[in-house]
Design a protein around this ligand. Structure first.
Ligand code: CMP
Length: 139
């Protein structure tokens, strides 16, 4: 089934000029980038986005990291896009990520892990709606 997922190319990756290389992996896996914008995430946006993690010990560091440099927010579309993107991102912790995955190739550590991807279709819809209006997504 064709579906959409939400992606963020994180500060550790934009700082190292890895946007194009990450997009090449995404497109090589058959996912289409149907919306994309480079932004400086505000503290409010980062806090809202990661609200589910607000009781976790790494929350403050996470918000700090996500607002430290520009990010690229994206909508990806394709067959089983949520699961497919999670597969090509690899495990959250790059030390556990499979060969050839984005995090194995590029991530520095669990906090600076280069990309975010939605973990379910429901969250994908919510995350996309935080950053894009429907008319900005061109499938
Ligand atoms: P992400 O998919 O963006 O969702 C939550 C983020 O928290 C995760 O990727 C990691 O970058 C970050 N994070 C930082 N420390 C940890 C940790 N110990 N366990 C899980 N996630 C962490």
């Amino acid at each position: 089934m064709t579906e959409r997922t939400f992606s963020i190319i994180k500060p550790d990756a934009t700082e190292r000029n890895l946007t194009g290389k990450i997009n090449a992996v995404i497109e090589g896996a058959g996912l289409r980038i149907v919306a994309q914008r480079r932004i400086r995430m505000t503290e409010d946006q980062a806090k809202t986005f990661y609200e589910v993690h607000k009781e976790r010990p790494f929350y403050g560091e996470l918000v700090g990291q996500m607002t430290s440099a520009p990010v690229v927010v994206q909508v990806l579309e394709g067959e089983n896009a949520v699961a497919k993107y999670r597969e090509i991102m690899g495990a959250t912790n790059p030390e556990q990520a499979a060969e050839g995955t984005i995090r194995k190739l590029f991530a520095k550590n669990v906090g600076e892990n280069s990309v975010h991807g939605s973990d379910s279709q429901d969250n994908a819809k919510l995350e996309i709606a935080q950053f894009f209006t429907e008319d900005q997504i061109v499938g």
